[in-house]
Design a protein. Structure first.
Length: 176
């Protein structure tokens, strides 16, 4: 499964010391122990990622082991501009997530921002052939973490070998 990880839940996913970690741990397990893959791109997401400097080494390691897909920044930015014209509402501050969905055909978003759901899941934003995303907002959504929610353009996805998994877990534990 490919999933866009909203920066607002990095701590929930990666840090066992947060109150909501158990709710978001299935996402981490799917990526580290299963076939999961994080997808991101665009200027806004990269800027948000930089503000979470604690997690940069982890994303670097995940990228090295093939568990992160980074999209073309300009394509995501251009798509985000189109979305901003479609829905100029200032309340909709996650236009970049919709742009990432369109550019990657990713079907899932992991977020702790329930306010954005009504905007990001608006079917009017998505061109023909692009499925509006589903939101993972806690362990009640764990069944979403499956192969049927992977677009064929992102397949095949693979599991990490033991050595790669151990390296990633080591980086995660340093950040917790």
């Amino acid at each position: 499964m490919a999933i866009i990880l909203d920066t607002n839940c990095f701590a929930n996913v990666f840090s066992k010391n947060t109150a909501k970690h158990e709710e978001y741990k299935p996402v981490l397990d799917w990526v580290v122990k299963g076939k999961g893959l994080f997808v991101y791109g665009g200027t806004q997401y990269i800027e948000e990622l930089r503000t979470c400097a604690k997690y940069l080494p982890l994303f670097r390691e995940l990228r090295l082991v093939g568990k992160v897909l980074v999209l073309d920044k300009e394509k995501v930015d251009q798509r985000q501009e189109v979305i901003a014209e479609q829905i100029p509402d200032d309340e909709f501050d996650d236009k970049h997530l919709s742009a990432i969905v369109i550019e990657s055909k990713c079907k899932l978003i992991c977020s702790d921002d329930k306010r954005s759901i009504k905007y990001v899941t608006n079917p009017a934003l998505y061109p023909k052939g692009i499925t509006k995303p589903k939101y993972y907002t806690g362990s009640k959504n764990a069944k979403m973490l499956c192969d049927k929610n992977i677009d064929k353009s992102l397949k095949p996805l693979c599991k990490l070998n033991k050595a790669s998994r151990a390296r990633v877990i080591g980086v995660i534990e340093k950040r917790s």
